[in-house]
Design a protein around this ligand. Sequence first.
Ligand code: NAD
Ligand code: DAU
Length: 360
Amino acid sequence: MRTYLVTGGAGFIGSNYIHYMFRKYGDAIRIINVDALTYAGNLENLKDIEERDNYTFVKADIRDREAIEKIFAENDIDRVVHFAAESHVDRSIVNPEIFVETNVLGTLVMLNAAKKAWELPDGTFKADKKFLHVSTDEVYGSLEEGDTYFYETTPIDPHSPYSASKASSDMLVKAYWDTYRFPMNITNCSNNYGPFQFPEKLIPLIINNALQGKKLPVYGDGKNVRDWLYVDDHAKAIDMVQENGRLGERYNIGGHNEKQNIEIINIILETLQEMLPDEDPRKKLVSKDLITYVTDRKGHDRRYAIAPDKIKEEIGWYPETMFKDGIRLTIQWFFEHEDWMKNVTSGDYQKYYEEMYKNK
Ligand code: NAD
Ligand code: DAU
């Protein structure tokens, strides 16, 4: 049975990926989820799978070399899928240090632990071992309207401390291929949205605020463009790259779905109005009057747009979920998981680990 070591699996994309993998492979794989449970890690995201025999959660920090090496020593890991990171640009502007520590040094710890476990005495690697580093389109910098797209060959030009730390970690992973032929891939994905996304990010923040009649903060002129991808499509792409990608290669992943932030906010407000029944008191609160233009993010990248041509041509992946469908699925999920949002905004979700794992 193939064993996956997933880092950051209690976060937004990592937890969706774990759900996707169990839906796809069932009992044919084993997943070990390593997460430090920072503010962004939430074990409630995984509560429906935590009793599975082929799932294990380990609370550990990827910067902790001993803890990570112990996991490799005790388990025959076949696949590493490395999500764990500090992921929010605004936080990186206020506190860059933790981004370098987790995203750069933490990635180095992961690389070294995998290399130590997988390397043979002759310097080659055990067969069928693979490390996938989950990265972002932000490493390519910023485009203007009318510019072309980000390709895998686009020069790396990060602007925020977050994207600089992700670019640095990408470079380290690439260096391990160039130097050691360490069996790796890098994926650079555009903005994700979907269930379990922490409400510091644009889409869940707007949904949550609108339903409570709170202001909807729009940075700058609201015309910055992001390329939105439904999170399940990202999970599928990661699996396809890991199984069918060429080792040593980087693959872009994107939604073919560029939208200005203000367009996104208007779509969410219109969709909420359509989906809420007339008798729901929240319907009266949802209004375009809540839109509030605020001071722009420092160094705010203007436009991201991914060309996912290579992954389509080489591997056959393409984005399947249209934005109009994905946003309804996301809003429906938030309607059905009001408690999840309440626990996240109150901080109660951080007690879940103590309660669920105290006897394990
Ligand atoms: P997230 O912030 O929701 O989750 C990050 C997870 O990593 C959390 O569970 C957190 O507890 C864990 N973590 C943080 N520091 C850790 C440490 N030192 N040790 C162990 N675990 C730690 O992030 P996300 O949005 O799910 O993003 C996951 C990955 O995907 C990141 O690498 C991010 O750069 C990348 N990415 C995100 C997007 C997006 O739109 N969200 C798009 C492209 C790429
Ligand atoms: O492109 C991929 C990246 O997408 C990932 O690597 C990051 O981890 C992820 O956080 C995301 O970064 P962004 O900065 O693009 O996402 P965020 O949701 O923070 O913001 C999306 C856009 O909306 C951006 O132009 C800033 C704007 N914004 C954001 C917030 C939180 C607002 O106008 N108002 C807000 O309140």
